[in-house]
Design a protein around this ligand. Sequence first.
Ligand code: FNR
Length: 342
Amino acid sequence: MEHVHHALQLGQSGLHGFDDIKLIPNCLPGTSTERIVLDTQIGELSLSSPIVINAMTGGARETEEINRELAVAARETGLAMAVGSQMSALKNPEVASSYRVVRETNPHGIVFGNLGSEATVEQAQRAVEMIRADALQIHLNVMQELIMPEGDRDFTGMLERVRGIVEAVGVPVIVKEVGFGMARESAEALLDAGVTILDVGGSGGTNFAAIENARRETPLDWLNDWGANTCISLLEVLEAVQGREAVRGSSPSVIATGGIHRALDIAKALILGASAVGMAGAMLRVQRMEGTEALIAYIASLHHDLRLVMTALGATGLKDLVQVPVILGGETADWCTARSID
Ligand code: FNR
């Protein structure tokens, strides 16, 4: 609940980097809003919307209500939804209902489980069973742990544990950052370990350095800008994925999360090559401040606005969006030059 409280209080910086992407207009789009299809695919999962309600909560009584309300919105709008880290329920089964409520509320929806990379194969299997998860997210959050006084300090063996979970868990595994971003080298290592879905979790949205600093007696504020923004992280991870396609003929999927809250940014992420976007803080804010009906209306407006942008760009489906030409400017262009990303 402290995370929920601080996430709402601190808000989002909006510095996700998508403002560096300029769209080239198309005054002869050749499509109509009625024809626009938002279906997408991440790994082997088919989704009716490219928007995912990303991992947030569970583990306490108050969080059960939040998860239930998010699950109602996911059910009513057809979005996939992740629960927050289930480690607390693995350690204390009494709180498992705060996660199970998501599956109970949305029995036929697409639901993701969530654990940290400290999890064992057996814990991963129990987390999936707990909510009959369609996929399991493994979060990487090194800087968050380091800022937390009670956080982990030993990051050895992460990749080996991820590999073991991918091999044994029986559902797709999504490896995600929580807002510090992912570089090409890390993405390549995860792809080598067999991961087929990566969530770039870049900075520019919910800031877990600032959240953990707000909980510390002696804040390490100089770490609040740590990491790479969502746009740059997406380009980094796509570079790793594209290299992989050429080598193996497989096609890993990429989710862009971090500060996304409007349709234009969703469209830009999809144009660059993301298969879906994750939204956490923005969904939480609307639900907590305005209620579940407002959240359902907000998601409907995102779908409406995304259809509008896609129509203007002449993109009937997500496959057409990746053909839309863009110009890269600002810090993103400099970063891509320095890192030889084309
Ligand atoms: C999170 N996030 C998160 N991620 C995760 O993998 N496991 C978790 O338990 C949590 N917990 C959590 C709590 C709260 C209150 C928030 C707001 C977020 C991170 C989340 O899934 C996402 O990666 C980041 O919040 C960045 O996205 P936004 O918030 O900028 O859209």
